[in-house]
Design a protein around this ligand. Structure first.
Ligand code: GTP
Ligand code: MG
Length: 190
């Protein structure tokens, strides 16, 4: 897979002038969005991974195989961020989700170890309302004991009212489940 960084955009005037379909990776802060992008593209530092939440503050565009764009956005639900910063990032994302005409798919990341948060559910409802297709990815599955993984995915399926067949458990550190997600993306957008 070919993956190239295109631009970090602070606003719509900096969005790439491209007609490729875009796949945006969303989830609460620290859920593993940037790690997922690196693991999926098999690159160590394509997207910035941080130990402190709230590291990604701009909208980052990556061109994949010259065929589609992977888009990394700031995480939501990071309580320690200043009100001003939260508002600015909310506006940045709202603008992208509602106005980006080439947006083809949202990959919603949730933590495999926990129930989805209210913010996760709001986000999913928001995509449904905008008619944006969703693929659900449960991250950090390596932290769930092997015998409990199916149960964890079933729990997410029930809580989020999404079919189990559309939920992918992945680990970016152990490189689990990534091929399946890659194929699911291809099937949805190409
Ligand atoms: P923000 O940009 O702050 O919103 O965070 P993010 O969602 O991009 O998360 P990031 O990829 O920076 O990962 C956050 C932390 O979780 C880092 O310490 C990662 O090493 C860790 N992490 C990410 N994915 C996995 C995973 O699959 N398994 C495990 N065990 N840790 C992970
Ligand atoms: Mg990030």
């Amino acid at each position: 897979m070919k993956a190239e960084f295109v631009i970090s955009a602070a606003g719509k005037d900096q969005w790439p002038d491209s007609t490729l379909p875009e796949v945006v990776v969303v989830g609460r802060s620290n859920v593993g969005k940037s790690s997922f992008i690196n693991a999926l593209t098999n690159r160590k530092r394509l997207a910035y991974v941080g130990n402190t939440p709230g590291k990604t503050r701009l909208i980052n565009f990556f061109a994949i195989d010259d065929a589609w764009m992977l888009v990394d956005v700031p995480g939501y639900g990071y309580a320690k961020m200043s009100k001003t910063m939260l508002k600015k990032m909310g506006e940045l994302m709202e603008e992208y989700f509602s106005e980006r005409s080439v947006l083809a798919l949202a990959i919603q990341l949730v933590d495999a170890r926990h129930d989805p948060t209210h913010d996760d559910m709001d986000m999913i409802d928001y995509f449904k309302a905008l008619g944006i297709p969703i693929l659900l990815v449960a991250t950090k599955i390596d932290k769930v004991p092997k015998t409990k993984r199916i149960k964890a995915l079933k729990n997410l399926s029930t809580k989020l009212q999404l079919p189990l067949s559309e939920i992918y458990g992945i680990s970016s550190t152990e490189k689990l489940g990534l091929d399946d997600v890659y194929h699911a993306i291809q099937a949805k957008i190409l």
